[in-house]
Write a protein that binds this ligand. Structure first.
Ligand code: UD1
Ligand code: CA
Length: 453
């Protein structure tokens, strides 16, 4: 939309969060509130997006990067004062300005689009998104004219008893005709309970010069929750999680119990996969079709193929092919690649390793810094000894190798394809298929570390 500019207010500290972090950087469903708002706005393709920053502005700037223009509000004197910071950029702009607070992470693009449409269609000075709440505490109240337009918005601290009883509240999201907004902003004063310049006052000011404001009621009042405390943060979290669970189901995924799973927004899951209870899937994750995830799986920033089964396990920054089983009780750590048809079993930890096709590591093993070929079988309680006290060394195991229980793989180690060992072998250096072993070349003597001062 060429005739649209967006302003996101994010200068506040969020006093009631009792936090060292700016409020808008607190996360909901795995990403900062500000990102949720930015995403909803970006989908409208406005010609420019401004974010008003103040408390820990540098941190917010850094986070926003080039997604928007950050404008500083050196002193937080209220929401109208915050918008004034952007005015120099709006002087000659003739279109729509959408203004939203940065602490409403659940807002949907479609709702914003409807707000813009309604302002345009009825050619009013402003459209304000409202909703009805059983308990309107903390929000500004919408006072309507007889004809249904908005007469004014009264902040809770400034309400009389009649106004306090109003259940229709201001969501903090508006679309203005830009030039009319600028006119009204000039007249906003701070004679109110909080001695702040309220953006909400622009509505009454516009009314006094015969400019109308249309209320647009959001049907889903959960969408407009403003987060001012940790309790509200947790509420927003559970609503968004549930929303994500339903959207995952809409894509053909079975979710056994949406109330016990935690899936981040960026996660993509293929159809006919099943998400079992007590499962967290966080960060950038991709899961194929027909995979069974959980119960009790914690997956972060990983790619999982199709027809996999992951039960009672952690998988972090890893890449898994198709038809793989992991767990129960397994940990797949960063830098691990597991190829098709491999099985990682009970009490097995794998890190920084490449596990070949149809390889089995089924019981009580630690595999670190290893490159393991296909059709390898690693017996119970086998471990790589990858750390010599100074550095990590690599283990290479060729295709078709069989290692019995309790094999100790002392790296650097290179086992030729087809080698077979019974239980209790301790292997190091270069190991040939026939069984003969050459000592490792270049094992370094442990360097003595300087004693700590
Ligand atoms: C605001 C509205 C209220 C509405 C509610 C919806 C005003 C006066 N009140 O109240 O009617 O019901 O949102 O959630 O607008 N901010 C700045 N600079 C400032 C002050 C605030 O950038 O000087 C930012 C904050 O970072 C925050 C947003 O504006 O993201 C809203 O501020 P907040 O203090 O949370 O306002 P509310 O009291 O919730
Ligand atoms: Ca708020």
């Amino acid at each position: 939309m060429k005739d649209l500019v967006a302003v996101i207010l994010a200068a506040g500290q969020g006093t009631r969060m009792y936090s060292g972090l700016p409020k808008v950087l607190h996360s909901v469903a795995g990403q900062p509130m500000l990102d949720h708002v930015l995403e909803a706005i970006e989908a409208l393709e406005p010609s420019r997006i401004f974010v008003v920053t103040g408390f820990m502005a540098d941190k917010v700037h850094e986070h926003v990067g080039n997604r928007a223009t950050c404008v500083d509000q050196p002193r937080r004197l209220g929401t109208a004062h915050a918008v004034r910071m952007v005015v120099p950029n709006l002087e000659s702009f003739k279109g729509n300005v959408i203004i939203t607070v940065g602490d409403t992470p659940l807002i949907r693009t479609d709702t914003l689009r409807e707000l813009i449409k309604r302002r345009r269609a009825h050619n009013v000075a402003a459209a304000v998104l409202t909703t009805e709440l059983e308990n309107p505490a903390g929000y500004g109240r919408i006072v309507r004219n007889r004809d249904g337009t908005v007469r004014k918005i009264v902040e809770e601290k400034d309400t009389n008893v009649y106004e306090a009883a109003i259940k229709e509240i201001n969501t903090g999201i508006y679309v203005f005709d830009c030039q009319k907004l600028l006119t009204a902003l000039k007249r906003v004063g701070n004679k109110n309970a909080q001695r702040e310049y309220y953006l909400t006052d622009t509505i009454e000011i516009l009314g006094k010069i015969n400019e109308e404001t249309e209320p647009v009621v959001a049907d889903d009042s959960t969408e407009t929750i403003g987060v001012n405390s940790r309790e509200e943060l947790a509420r927003a979290e559970s609503i968004l999680r549930r929303r994500i669970a339903y959207s995952v189901m809409d894509q053909g995924v079975t979710v056994i119990d949406p109330s016990t799973i935690y899936i981040d927004k960026q996660v993509h899951i293929g159809r006919d996969s099943v998400i079992h209870p007590f499962t967290m899937i966080q960060g950038q994750c991709e899961i194929g079709e027909r995979s069974e995830i959980g119960p009790h799986a914690h997956i972060t920033n990983s790619r999982i193929g199709s027809a996999c089964s992951l039960r009672f396990c952690c998988v972090d920054h890893a890449e898994l092919g198709n038809n793989i089983t992991v767990g129960p009780y397994a940990s797949v750590r960063p830098g691990t690649k597991i190829r098709d048809n491999a099985r990682i079993g009970t009490f097995v930890e794998v890190t920084r390793s490449d596990i070949g096709n149809a390889t089995d590591i089924l019981h009580l093993s630690y595999i670190g810094d290893a490159q393991i070929g296909k059709d390898v079988s690693i017996g119970a309680a086998s471990v790589t000894v990858n750390f010599d006290g100074v550095k990590k060394n690599r283990t290479r195991i060729g295709d078709g190798v069989f290692l019995g229980s309790k094999t100790t793989m002392v790296a650097p180690l290179d086992i030729e394809p087809g080698a077979r060992f019974a239980h209790n072998a301790s292997l190091t250096g270069r190991v040939r298929a026939g069984g003969a072993q050459t000592p490792p070349s270049g094992i370094q003597k442990k360097k003595t570390r300087k004693p700590r001062a």
